[in-house]
Design a protein around this ligand. Structure first.
Ligand SMILES: [Zn+2]
Length: 140
């Protein structure tokens, strides 16, 4: 793009219709020679076609068919069954009935708990002041 010679990438891009289009090839014999060599090589490759051995292709096809026909090992075939069994076991564990927790009040009796709660509510000293109050009660 700077008016100098074409780079290899620019010549390849021009070969496929994506390169720069200017009159440099008309004035530069070096770039024109590379361009014509590239065009002639492309024409040779297109005329010859791909060089593939039919025997290689036949062996490859036979190998693919053999591999597709081969049975998988038993462990591989049973993998979905293992996964389903694991899923059922997890569902059974996670959805089993759970006993409700025992009420904590039954051990001491409801009347004693309510009496303690009312006693706490009757105090006019905040809970943070209880240690200080305890100090004074011991001195009395
Ligand atoms: Zn040039």
């Amino acid at each position: 793009m700077n008016g100098n010679h074409y780079t290899g990438d620019e010549l390849l891009g021009r070969l496929y219709g994506a390169g720069r289009e200017d009159a440099h090839l008309d004035h530069c014999p070096e770039c024109r020679a590379r361009w014509e060599a590239l065009q002639s090589r492309r024409a040779q490759l297109l005329a010859a076609g791909p060089a593939l051995d039919p025997a290689f292709l036949a062996r490859q096809r036979a190998a693919i068919l053999e591999r597709a026909a081969r049975s998988r090992p038993l462990a591989t075939r049973l993998a979905p069954a293992y996964a389903a069994a694991l899923l059922v076991a997890m569902a059974a564990v996670l959805t089993r009935p759970v006993e409700p927790p025992a009420p904590a009040l039954s051990a001491r009796g409801d009347s004693q708990v309510f009496a303690e709660a009312y006693a706490l509510l009757q105090r006019d000293v905040p809970r943070a002041g209880l240690p200080i109050q305890a100090l004074f009660e011991e001195q009395q």
